[in-house]
Design a protein around this ligand. Structure first.
Ligand SMILES: [Zn+2]
Ligand SMILES: [Zn+2]
Length: 282
């Protein structure tokens, strides 16, 4: 605007417009989430997923993000967001934001003066950045009955167990215990991370002897193959027409055989009857 020499609204005016618009966006988001919750509730009723008090129960996915990537080392983001999503519809049911920073408050602290008393303060979090996500998701669970008359029975979440532990402690639905389903993507991602960690270890954990670099490099370059083999085994067993317990047992065998298969020992592959590989083929 300045470059084009067009007068623009003052920062104060901009802020007030922003707040007005943000209010509308907020209300619309709430309306949409309520509609999505009704949709999820109806689908649950159709499936007969209703508890003895008539509350439908559903599976939800919970995940969060922070304003700054942690790369598993730097957990110091100033803002975090998280949401709860209905598994069937894929629509957002609950949304929360946590901020550690408010520029008006910070400026007042820097100048050692009192902050403007009635400013719209965005700061609502004083604890660690890692706790933001958990806090929002737990809040979503706590509010679900009151807001939508809906029970979030199963949570599909990342490998981070602290969130689930907090949910168990909070007991959002009195005697109904929330169940946890591990998210496939997060599970595989954590699995690969562990493998990468192993490949970086210069000494073995069990015998504390030196591990030659060519072996570690071999592990490192096989990570993707191991991951793919896991996904393929799951897919194969899922599509088999067998009782679930049998499929699970077979999958256990598959998964235990994967390291052998990937590193060139195929004696059990044939027996399992699933890897189409001949002995001596690497
Ligand atoms: Zn403030
Ligand atoms: Zn094999």
């Amino acid at each position: 605007m300045a470059a084009l020499n067009i007068p623009f609204m003052s920062p104060g005016k901009y802020q007030s417009c922003h707040e007005k618009l943000a209010g509308h966006i907020h209300n619309k988001a709430c309306e949409n989430m309520e509609r999505a919750a009704t949709e999820e509730a109806n689908l649950a009723r159709e499936l007969g997923e209703v508890d003895d008090k008539g509350h439908p129960y559903i599976t939800v996915v919970g995940d969060g993000a922070r304003s700054k990537r942690s790369y598993n080392v730097n957990y110091n983001a100033l803002s975090g967001v998280a949401c709860v999503i209905g598994k069937i519809t894929g629509k957002i049911l609950f949304l929360g934001v946590r901020n550690k920073y408010c520029c008006i408050c910070e400026r007042a602290i820097a100048k050692n003066i009192q902050p403007i008393p009635y400013h719209k303060c965005y700061k609502n979090w004083d604890s660690t950045s890692t706790g933001m996500e958990t806090d929002i998701i737990v809040e979503g669970f706590r509010c679900s009955l009151e807001m939508y008359g809906l029970i979030f029975l199963r949570l599909v979440g990342d490998g981070d167990s602290s969130m689930y532990n907090k949910l168990v402690k909070t007991r959002p639905y009195a005697n109904t215990l929330v169940q946890k389903i591990e998210c496939k993507n997060h599970l595989l991602r954590n699995f690969c991370r562990k493998l990468r960690e192993i490949s970086g270890k210069k000494r073995s954990t069990s015998k504390n002897c030196a591990v030659p670099i060519f072996l570690r490099k071999h592990v490192l370059k096989s990570i993707l193959r191991i991951r793919t083999a896991c996904s393929k085994a799951v897919l194969y067993r899922t599509n088999e027409e067998k009782p679930l317990t049998e499929k699970i047992q077979l999958l256990c065998k598959d998964l235990k055989n994967i390291p052998s298969h990937v590193f060139g020992e195929h004696s059990k592959c044939q027996e399992i009857g699933y890897f189409e590989c001949k002995p001596n083929q690497s």
